[in-house]
Design a protein around this ligand. Structure first.
Ligand SMILES: Nc1ncnc2c1ncn2[C@@H]1O[C@H](COP(=O)(O)OP(=O)(O)OP(=O)(O)O)[C@@H](O)[C@H]1O
Ligand SMILES: [Mg+2]
Length: 244
């Protein structure tokens, strides 16, 4: 049994069918990358996974339990499924340490001292300890992304979802985030990452899932998809780098 199993997932916004029968597995320790044209529903898929959106039909199972049911404890679920956004979503009026401790105190019910210990551990893990007293406005984009990641990891989630983690970053910082994700992968952190960034995809994963027209069209290495996939559109999508 995979950690996350998505089965025939359908999501409609009014008349528009965005996801039209998605099947996808994420197993423990996976570093899975999802790519696809803009507007194909990548963010919507991630949002369905931690119930920021309710799906229209189909099922998502987390550790074998159906989490698409209406009676699921969404707050508890989100403690197991961490989320890192493109825009970091840090609290500007809180320093780095408090950004990380907030969820531990409010959601996990830790004491302030316990939360601080845990937060300092995660910040050290991501090389951000020396910035613990700084405010988000004093950090670079790459550093902010590290804090967002420390905050997600502090909750000890079973999986971390990333939505375009490098799209607000320059290439050097993107590379740093990729290296960090690789390190976490070695530490067996389970991750599912949506990205436009072919370089990031190459840096962090051997294989990618290609989403288009509401379904998973292919799952293979970028080289296979760009050179040998029968669908010209898919070859073109993954061949972008060599054309630019
Ligand atoms: N809350 C919403 N209400 C109505 N339509 C929505 C909503 N959220 C997304 N959509 C539509 O669903 C489609 C998929 O959007 P989504 O953000 O999932 O795409 P995406 O693959 O993440 O795109 P991008 O690569 O540009 O981030 C789009 O056509 C979008 O307009
Ligand atoms: Mg998106």
């Amino acid at each position: 049994m995979a950690l996350i199993e998505v089965r025939k997932l359908v999501k409609k916004f009014g008349e528009q069918t965005v996801l039209n029968g998605i099947n996808l597995d994420v197993s423990e320790g996976d570093m899975k990358v999802v790519m696809g044209p803009s507007g194909c529903g990548k963010s919507t898929l991630l949002r369905c996974l931690n119930r920021l959106e309710d799906s229209t039909s189909g099922s998502i199972y987390f550790r074998g339990e159906e989490i698409t049911r209406p009676d699921v404890d969404v707050r508890a679920l989100r403690q197991h499924i961490g989320f890192v956004f493109q825009q970091f979503a840090l609290y500007r009026h809180l320093n780095v340490l408090d950004n990380v401790t907030l969820g531990l105190i409010k959601l996990k019910g830790m004491s302030r001292a316990e939360a601080k210990r845990k937060a300092l551990f995660e910040l050290a893990r991501l090389d951000m300890l020396s910035s613990a007293d700084k405010f988000p406005g004093q950090l670079s984009g790459g550093q902010k992304q590290r804090v967002a990641l420390a905050r997600a990891l502090a909750m000890d989630p079973a999986v971390v979802l990333f939505d375009e983690p490098t799209s607000a970053l320059d290439p050097v910082m993107s590379r740093e985030v990729a290296e960090l994700m690789n390190r976490l992968h070695q530490e067996k952190v389970t991750m599912l990452c949506v990205t436009h960034d072919l370089q990031l995809a190459r840096q962090i994963s051997d294989k990618v899932v290609f989403l288009d027209k509401g379904v998973v069209c292919a799952e293979d290495s970028i080289d296979q998809l760009s050179r040998h996939h029968p669908d010209q559109k898919i070859r073109a999508f993954f061949g972008q780098e060599s054309n630019s």
